[in-house]
Ligand binder design. Structure first.
Ligand code: GDP
Ligand code: MN
Length: 381
């Protein structure tokens, strides 16, 4: 789960890292109110989209009055930034920046452990800093069990040769950020820039946070976000699928796809694509799906708007073809206004599965190729 800036900010704040005052607006009016009531008129208006480099792309604007906040918000909301629609803005109090720094903790999968990075070259693309001036990037690798040690934080900050006046502040920020990384099951917590203000305060001016979806801490993270927030990036059907424990992804075509196992589903999409078909979505029922789960999968996939035909491709291993067939029949009985359907079944209990389908007037395709061709015939692509 990748958090938007304002969500990551809530986590940082909860962890004890200072962030500028601010609030989220979804309309120009809200932006006006935040600027006039919660901030002192002036504000930095920041597009909340899940991409970096917003500043350069025009997604960060400094405004001098609530009226200007409203104007700027009007032009930003609903527009696109780097291909992402802007539906929310974060308004924060502008600060006078003395210097910008970079601080992050991330999981280095190659090294199987965390890595802490610090640089005095903040506020810019860190990859660029690493490429042009690698000597400006400082790293330490804490032991994943022991956690970060005081000497490692000192090594990191001495290496960067930061001024004495900010040493204590950054020591605490690194320590706190590392704790947040551990406590929230993060794979990345990044502050870029961490700003030293003219008043001598250290503030996290931006946040980029990724949480491991399998982490035990996920509920804790969700508890910090406003209710229902963590799922706002999902569509209605995606939510339904997630609730049923199903992997479901939406696409733009006309053919619904259900399969079992990520590999088989990907192969199905590839074959459809090669033959000129356009998948509308795909759903992976996983291993060992029973009739009820199959029926649920059918319901979700066919509910998608614009769907014209449904292709079910099952390889029976621990999944039994007869259970799948029963699920399909059950779904067809429950669902009105069905779409044309092609089923391809092979593997465990295939014979029984085919019989169940045939008893209900469905002849299963013999091969993936045959099935794909049939379903494409039944849909406009
Ligand atoms: P990004 O471009 O997506 O990484 O967005 P950031 O939130 O990091 O903002 C980009 C840049 O805008 C920062 O590096 C700062 O230089 C600048 N910026 C952000 N907030 C403030 C602020 O409160 N005051 C000033 N002067 N500059 C800011
Ligand atoms: Mn940034």
């Amino acid at each position: 789960m990748r958090l938007l800036e304002y969500q990551g900010r809530l986590l940082l704040k909860e962890a004890g890292i200072a962030v500028p005052r601010g609030a989220v607006a979804e309309t120009p009016e809200e932006a006006y109110e935040i600027a006039s009531e919660e901030l002192d008129g002036e504000a930095v208006v920041k597009a909340q989209v899940p991409v970096g480099g917003r500043g350069k792309a025009g997604g960060i604007k400094i405004v001098d009055s609530p009226e200007e906040a409203r104007e700027v918000s009007r032009s930003l909301l609903g527009s696109e930034l780097k291909g992402e629609e802007i539906s929310r803005l974060l308004l924060v109090e502008p600060v006078d920046i003395e210097q910008e720094f970079y601080v992050s903790v991330l999981l280095d999968r190659g090294a199987k452990g965390p890595i802490v990075i610090f640089s005095t070259e903040g506020g810019v693309d860190i990859e660029e800093v690493a490429a042009k001036t690698p000597e400006k990037i400082h790293k330490v690798r804490p032991d994943p069990i022991m956690g970060i040690q005081p000497y490692q934080i000192r090594e990191l900050l001495y290496g960067a040769e930061i001024e004495d006046k900010v040493f204590k502040g950054f020591y605490e920020m690194v320590e706190t950020l590392y704790r947040a990384y551990e406590n929230y099951g993060a794979t990345l917590v990044e502050i870029n820039p961490a700003a030293l203000t003219k008043e001598g305060e250290l503030l996290a001016l931006d946040s980029k946070v990724k949480i491991d979806d399998e982490s035990r801490a996920l509920d804790k993270v969700k508890g910090i976000l406003p209710q229902g927030e963590e799922r706002r990036d999902k569509t209605e059907l995606e939510r339904k699928a997630a609730d049923a424990g199903l992997q479901y992804v939406e696409l733009e075509g006309t053919i619904g796809v259900i399969g079992n196992g990520a590999g088989l589903v990907m192969a199905t999409l590839d074959v459809l694509d090669q033959k000129g078909g356009k998948p509308a979505n795909f759903l992976d029922v996983g291993g060992g799906a029973d009739a009820d789960l199959m029926a649920k999968a059918y319901e979700i996939v066919t509910e998608k708007e614009g769907i014209e035909a449904l292709f079910i491709n099952i390889f029976g291993g621990i999944t039994r073809c007869d259970e799948i067939a029963k699920g399909i029949v059950k779904a067809l009985e429950e669902k009105e206004g069905q779409v044309p359907l092609v089923v391809r079944l092979t593997g465990t209990n295939e014979k029984r599965g085919r019989e169940i389908l045939e008893e209900n007037g469905i002849r299963a395709a013999e091969s993936l190729d045959e099935g794909a061709e049939k379903i494409i015939e039944k849909s406009s692509t």
